[in-house]
Design a protein. Sequence first.
Length: 577
Amino acid sequence: MSIETIYGQLQGLKSNQLKQLQRLYHQRLPGDCMITPEFAQRLAAISTEIDQPVCAYLNRRGQVIRVGVGTPHQTQIPPLELPRYGEGRLSGIRCLATQLESDPPRESAITAMAVQRLDVLVILTLTGGGFQRRGGGGTGYVREAYLAHLTLKSEAEPSGSLENPLAPIPYYLSPPLSLDALSQQDFLDLVDHLEAELQGEFIARTVDTKQDQVLLVGVKTDAIELRRFETGLTELARLVDTAGGVVLDTLRQKRSRLHPQTVVGSGKVQEIALTVQTLGASLVVFDRDLSPAQVRNLETQIGIRVVDRTELILDIFAQRAQSRAGKLQVELAQLEYSLPRLAGRGQAMSRLGGGIGTRGPGETKLETERRSIQQRISRLQQEVNQLQAHRSRLRQRRHHQDVPTLAIVGYTNAGKSTLLNVLTRSEIYAADQLFATLDPTSRRLTVPQAVTGEPLGVVLTDTVGFIHELPPALVDAFRATLEEVSDADGLLHVVDLSHLSWQGHIESVMKILAAMPITPGPALMLFNKIDQADRESLQFAQEEYPQAVFISAGSGLGLETLRQRIGQLVHYVNTLE
């Protein structure tokens, strides 16, 4: 905050009026005093002369740190500029505001107080406002005052509650007070009492400070079906859980088109900021990709980190990568994603420090020159090309040995790794998580030949799971891994039949496969987890996909049939050559 800068609605103000506003910065109130009659009357006189509300923001030492023309909502301090006092504290700033009408404070003013976690909000209603000024001048005086502050005591009277759909924020609003009565209140004693109350509540609800406390935000446009939208939010919540975060709640918005600056619009941003304060969230995750400018705008107005769906998936990949090749590809994807986002990431110019979106190789400090980042990307791309060439040689060796290769593909968490473990008696890591397996793994399997029934050796390769709208950064970085799919003789497409959106999963996988430079070989559809699927889904899938195999890798159902069908698939591939 620049000294003597006047914020807000300045159009039409004369130079002498601006100087009067700037002189407010030189005022200082006693530390234990809420407001003095002299300072209140000075605000009233300026507000009456310019015929607009005036807000003065003071710290606990009684110094004026910000002056604005407009309502508390119009002149509020951006969250990123507020002091960082921690969850159990107020911001250490009070707002003294004038109001030309004699009505009680509006809800927008109370909302601004909650978003900024102000110590108190004082509203001064005036006499001699716009009507008298337009009629020929006059000096404004304070008619009465209102005192508002946050509270956790539901029995406080009189009190109110912001109509936030997630969790109402309780606040205390005094009846009309005289200026003398307000100025005699002990400000520091009130603040100490409020913070003791907030600190007790914060300690009571703190469970695990190591986990990100996440607020999800979903935006539905006309191009998205309601079912797909809700399924996407459910999947986003699972991604947060996989990344190690805790979903506190979800905000939804329906728009005809996205807002270019903030995706959701100013009103919804205010609601998000208010909900963040209510729930104590440490991270906001959007259900779509955000531009660098949108992330900066949202973080400035909300006050905490904001990540999009791609950054969340990249974080999970950073946690899952075990091999050098996997870590190499993750780092490349993260750097390519972060390169256009290097400018303006918070006040510290860095996002290092732990939490979702900051793991893996870490984000390079933002003051690092873009050229050095691009040089690092170039080196990583060369290493990925070398990895690509190495895997190509391995595949050529298998082809020379005349060993058929089949790639196991499918939506993430469909059961690919579990299936490979059961068929080949391996111990690859498998869990009920999204992207539990990242690095491709190959194992040999013996199946009966289609014609003679004699043993036939094939190589099964477990690949990275697909997801709806797989981020382009991952597709580019993992091209060496995805070539395992393109160069395979055939595919085993695993589908989780127990999932409500299994049909959408098939569409997403087929879309990704169709976009590959080399068309993959023929695929055998495998419907997994049939013991967990409902009867209607099972019957529908059997009618729509009569050539598919229905199995349960977890309980061993249908595996012998699968081995025979794999032999038939290899025979069919050989007939095509």
